[in-house]
Design a protein around this ligand. Structure first.
Ligand SMILES: Cc1cc2nc3c(=O)[nH]c(=O)nc-3n(C[C@H](O)[C@H](O)[C@H](O)COP(=O)(O)O)c2cc1C
Ligand code: SF4
Length: 437
């Protein structure tokens, strides 16, 4: 088959059968202690079966005190390796590769687990993040070294579990962004100030992961091309620019990273990621879970709860959003790709075969990663293979899945895409039914 969509992508240490990757989609479907469930296995299998070449896992916390929400499968202990072996085995059955995304939340911790109930999550800085007002505490240099060690050990466990590679979640507001971003990091030591200093933590982790996993293991980094921190906030700077993103990309390549996964946005969610409206109606239902988390979360809740605030909050959210939904990050991704020689993956709204083909043929990226459109249509790659340009019922980018993730199972919650509410629930709950697979 000559279609570029289905040509293998050759990384230095890994070959993926096509150019369609499942991007990370996190959800609270595991046990509180970080051990995994059959539902997680079923979830991943669903996409492998649907034809993607590789799955990038939802973020896997490398330390319980650094998890974004409880009930995510973690990789902070050796006894979790057998579970991940099962996940890997089940997606390999479909000739699909599995890349584990290693993460630390920093202060962007939506719902605290018991481990941080009476203490603050560690971040690059003291004080609170700007969206929910969740407060963190600046890490000491000793705590930074411990974090570096935890990432490296987790990467070793990922390899021991048979994962085909690891990705660092160094984008979208989590701990690495809290160090990298000039809009967030105000440290006065060697981890703050210049871009080189702000990137120091990331580069130390890269070096430690490489040392732990060896030179023959696939290792990629999800990074921000740019922060666009002022897209939502009227009173803060824009954070890292595209030029700074390009510099970090070059440093990562030089440090031996095998691929880059390009995203944007200094926080999660962000007006550009995932692109679409702020799902205020769904958020009004699920956001109360976050009210204790931050000093701005009660105010946010009121704006979601009362319609009178919706025009204001949607204006803030949409005022700098580009009109384009699909391939929103392509231009910035191309700027990164032009600056490095390693393969570059791009995230952001992809769900049309012709558009993806065009992006690949014109060297905007080497592969695309897809989250919501695959949640809406897990067999999208098979549809492309059959010659369809898109799914009959595409993802509407409504972002309801995102709002639900705080308290409900993973899935597509746009009822208008289903024949009935019952059909929607059947689809969402299917991952809990083993006989479904
Ligand atoms: C419910 C949900 C959970 C997500 N979880 C993660 C995550 O754990 N790690 C990550 O890097 N990105 C996460 N993302 C972002 C996606 O991987 C992707 O980069 C983003 O949604 C844009 O792609 P899309 O338009 O194909 O959805 C999540 C997105 C959604 C909607
Ligand atoms: S709820 Fe469904 S349609 Fe809406 S953004 Fe999520 S996956 Fe797409």
């Amino acid at each position: 088959m000559n279609d570029i969509l289905f040509q293998p992508l050759q990384f230095r240490n890994l070959t993926v059968k096509n150019r369609l990757f499942r991007s990370s989609i996190s959800g609270r479907i595991d046990h509180y202690d970080g051990s995994g469930t059959q539902a997680r296995i079923n979830w991943e299998k669903k996409f492998a079966k649907g034809g993607v070449g590789a799955i990038i896992s939802s973020h896997i916390p490398v330390d319980p005190a650094q998890r974004i929400l409880p009930n995510y499968a973690m990789i902070d202990r050796d006894d979790l390796i057998p579970f991940w072996k099962e996940v890997v085995k089940s997606v390999h059955e479909y000739d699909c590769k599995f890349i584990g995304q290693l993460s630390m939340s920093g202060h962007q911790q939506d719902i605290r687990g018991v481990e941080n109930r009476y203490r603050l999550p560690l971040s690059s800085v003291d004080g609170s993040e700007h969206f929910h007002g969740i407060t963190g505490k600046a890490m000491s240099t000793k705590q930074i070294s411990e974090a570096v060690r935890k990432f490296a050990e987790a990467a070793g466990r990922a390899r021991a579990a048979g994962m085909d590679g690891v990705e660092l979640h160094a984008s979208n507001g989590y701990l690495f962004t809290q160090f990298l971003s000039s809009a967030i990091n105000n440290r006065k030591d060697e981890y703050g100030g210049s871009l080189e200093n702000r990137a120091r933590f990331l580069m130390e982790v890269v070096e430690a992961v490489r040392a732990e996993t060896g030179d023959d293991y696939h290792f990629q980094v999800k990074m921000n091309a740019a922060d666009h921190h002022d897209d939502y906030f009227l009173n803060f700077g824009k954070g890292n620019t595209l030029n700074e993103g390009i510099t970090v990309a070059r440093w990562l390549e030089k440090a031996g990273v095998d691929a880059l996964h390009v995203s944007v946005g200094s926080q999660f969610p962000h007006p550009r990621n995932p692109i679409g409206p702020l799902p205020v109606e769904s958020a009004a239902i699920t956001y109360p879970a976050m009210i204790p988390s931050g000093h701005l979360s009660f105010w946010n809740y009121l704006t979601f709860r009362y319609k009178i605030f919706w025009p204001l909050i949607q204006w803030l959210w949409r005022r700098k959003q580009p009109d384009v939904m699909e391939g929103i990050n392509l231009a910035q991704c191309k700027a990164i790709k032009d600056a490095v020689t390693i393969p570059v993956l791009c995230t952001g709204g992809f769900q049309t075969a012709s558009l993806i083909r065009n992006a690949l043929e014109n060297s905007f990226c080497d592969g695309v990663t897809i989250a919501r459109p695959l949640m809406a249509n897990p067999t999208l790659p098979l549809m492309f293979k059959e010659g369809l340009d898109g799914a009959p019922k595409p993802c509407s980018y409504c972002n309801k899945c995102l709002a639900h993730v705080l308290v409900d199972p993973l899935g597509c919650y746009d009822e208008s895409r289903y024949d009935s509410y019952e059909e929607m629930m059947d689809e969402i709950m299917s991952i809990f039914k083993n006989e479904y697979f």
